[in-house]
Every structure is written in structure tokens, then in C-alpha cells.
Design a protein around this ligand. Sequence first.
Ligand code: ADP
Length: 514
Amino acid sequence: MNSSNLTPIRVLLVEDSEYDAELIIKELKASWDVFYERVCTPEEMTQKLYAHDWDIILADYQMPRFSGPAALELLKKTGLDIPLIIVSGTVGEEIAVDALRAGAQDFIVKGHFIRLIPAVKRELSERVARQELRQVERQFRQSEERYRTLIEGLTQFAILIIDATGYIQTWNEGAQKILGYPPEEAIGMHCSFLYCPEDRDRSIHDQSLAIAVKMGQYHEEGWRLKKHGERFWAEITITPMFDDKAQLIGYSKIAIDRTQEREAQKALEESKDQAELANQKKSQFLANMSHELRTPLNSIIGYSEMILNNMVKSSEDLERYARNISVSGRHLLDIVNDMLDVSKIEAGKLEIHAQPVDLQKLVQELHDVLVMLANQKEIKIFWDVAPEVKTVEADPQRLRQILFNLMSNAIKFNRPGGKVMLNLCRSQDERWFQGEVTDTGIGIPRDKIDQLFSDFYQVDSSSSKSYDGTGLGLALTKRLLAVQGGDISVDSEEGKGSTFLFRLPIRRANPESA
Ligand code: ADP
């Protein structure tokens, strides 16, 4: 047979007899294209072991300066995977068994070469199989390492694997970072321990796993628990895992902490709602304002046209028309002033000019203005100014405004024939100047009292409401009191009437100006 067609083989012979070596090689050459080297001492073997990539070592059992078992020992120390067969003239079952126990792949008796070729062939193919297995193992380890590195690197994600019954098997760094548990505390626990008690009671975790199996994958969101009981909003993907027989072996769970996004979204929705509410209030306010402005404007235009068109029949009529024009004009001015005041206070530009005020005089003037309004509904106005507050240090224009708002409301929201009482005095602890406006009107529902002093608020804001108004009076009154260090409260019973109580700190009159 042409040796070039044969498979090459590299053989290291550990053999002192050149003759025996040649016999062995001759035998091998029938099956392989043989390259070989011969050594017969440990030093030579050590030197030659790394010189080539040996396919097989054939070692004599006994040599003057070396032996088969010693060669085996030397080979083992290197860690090289080279099959070693002992080929020896020494026969003896015990020796053969010892050699095999020491790790020799086979024991061949010289002169009995019929077993040599199959033994070498077997060892070569087993070596290839071992190498392939090692390669597969290496690839598997590399791929496992790659996935482990990948999963550990994803610290923004909690990645865990749970078994088919829900017990945690793996726990990555992201899981530790998000949930606070180190792997040793989490692995072996049932995944339900991460759920909030109410979800745990409803077995939500089992339901999620069942859906994941049914759908192939399941995405869910919900509150979960961190180590110290803190809740976080988790976005979770559950994927079931099956073996090659389609048996469920577990699940992978990937979770992301979405608490911040959820809160930002909620804040955005809330601010959107607030902006919408503010917008609604503004539109409502504009509608009210237009109505409020139109009513006096219509009467001004109506009465002035009657005068201009010579429709006045008597001097009494003329006086009545002129008075109506004047009242409507004042009313208009009040509305515009209220608006201006609110914006001034908002801009921090309202100035308070305190001076001694004669309360008796101020109330009398107010009464003269309001009495017309009260008379239309046959409402009686009573007032009492305690002697100790005959004169107070205050801003007269602002005080008038406060009293006007409260008194005109007490008349407006009163019933025909009702009463309005104004009582001005000093508080018992003498620190406050206080005013009480009581009416016998419709009163205010208990659940509406809290909102009463909000801008543009009206208990009845429907288009069919029975009372005119802008919903600005009380809000302005509260602000006017607040900028002067005062406050206001209300006590009311629906259907029976209301009492508004306001307080202003008592100012000492400037001694220099007294
Ligand atoms: P307006 O009188 O222009 O509507 P206000 O700010 O003065 O606005 O009052 C707000 C709301 O409070 C009124 O619309 C009314 O529903 C309620 N209110 C105020 N005063 C009284 C009162 N004395 N009796 C019953 N309800 C009142």
C-alpha cells in the first residue's frame, strides 16, 4: 500500500531496545503513515513530550533507567491528553492490572501484536471523541459565560429564573439593585414574596405564570415590594421555559422599575387636569363677567336712550332714570375694581393706607348705599358699632370694600322680609377688631363651605342660577383681610342663614399723627 494514502500518526516510543522499536513501528506502518521518535530516559521523554503533538505513546514496561509506569506518571503530571499503551515482553497478569490501574490505556504483549493495531485505533478515536467533548464543553462554558456577563451587566433589569413551581433559582445584580436582596437571601424563596400582600392573597403570581404558559409570554405591570417594604411600580415580562420534551421547567422574569416614569406621568396628568380646571374656571368667569357687565351696561344704554329720545314724561322719571344710570355705572365700576384688586393682590402691589376711621360714619354711608337693594326685598338692616371701636386705625377704602361684600351678599342671598345684622366690636383678648355679618337667608351647604373663598366659586354656578354675581367677592375679601394680617370664617346652616366673622389686628394709631 502506498504510504502516502495512509493517515499520518505521531508516535512517541518509550523503548530502550531499538530492535523492539522497529518491530512495533513496522507493525504500525501497515495501517498508518508513521512518524516516531524513541526515548528511553525520563529526561529525554520530558524533552520530547512537547516537541510534537503526539497521537499516542507506546511504552515498554521495564527499561534499565526508566519504566512504563514511571512514563505514565510523568505524562500525568503534564496534564497532556495522550493515550499511553504499555507494550512489554514481561507477561504477568498482576503487572498488567497494575499498569491499567495506574492509567495506562492498554497492555500489549510484545510478539502479540495482533492486538496492537485495534488498541491504537480505539485509543485514537477515543482521543478524538474526548477532544470533541472538551471543545463542546469549552463552547458551552463560553456561551454560558457570555450570557452570564450579559445578564449581570444589565443592572437596570432584574432578571431571575424561577422553577416550574415558582421558586427562585437565579438572581442577577440588577435584581439585587432594584429589589435590595442579595442573591443568597432571594434564591430558594418563592417569587410571591416580592408581591404586595393584597396581590399575594389573590394569588396574582400564580395567575401570571399560568397566563405566560398559555400565551407563550406575559407582560404585566404592578406594585411590587423591595426589601424594606418600599413599593415600586414594576413592568415585568414572564417567559416560560420548556425542555426538549416540551415539559415546563421554569420561567424567566425580567422586571424594570418604572416608578419614576409612572409618577412623572401622574404628575403630568394632574397638572393637565389642573390646567383644564383652571381653564374651565376662567371660561366660567368670563361668561359670568360678560353677563355681569352686560346687565348694568344695558340699563345705562336703555335709560340714556330714553332720555335722548325724549321719552321722559316727568321730572320724577328723569330723576329715576338718571339715578338708575348712576347706580348701574357704579356697579360697573365695582366689578372692574374688584378685578383690578384681585390682580393687584396677586402681583403683590396692593398698598394699604391705614388711618383713623370713624366707623359709625362709614357704616352709615354703607347703609345708605345698601338700603335700596335691601328695600327691594323688604329686608331690614340692623347694625351695632361697639363704643370701643368708634374709631379704628384701618384703610377706609378696603374696610368699606370688605363690609360691602359681606353685607351685599347677606342681602342678595336672603329671603324677602329677612334680616341682616352687622356687629362691629373688639375681641375679648383685645387684640382684634372684629366684624360679624349675620343673615337669615338661604345658608350654605356644609360640604360647600371649604370652597367658598376660592376664586370664582359660587354654590350655584349653573346657567339658571337665581343670583347674579362673579364669585369673586369672598375671594377678594379673604385676600384683602390676609394682606392686612386678618382672617375670615363662616358659620352657616342651610335654609336658616349664615354668619361671616372677620378679624383685623388692632393697630395703634401713629402717636406722631395723633
Ligand atoms: P358672588 O356673590 O359674586 O357669587 P362671592 O364670592 O361673594 O361671589 O360669593 C361666593 C358664593 O358664596 C356665592 O355665589 C354664594 O353661593 C355663596 N354666598 C356668599 N355669601 C353668602 C350668604 N350670605 N348666604 C348664602 N350664600 C352665600
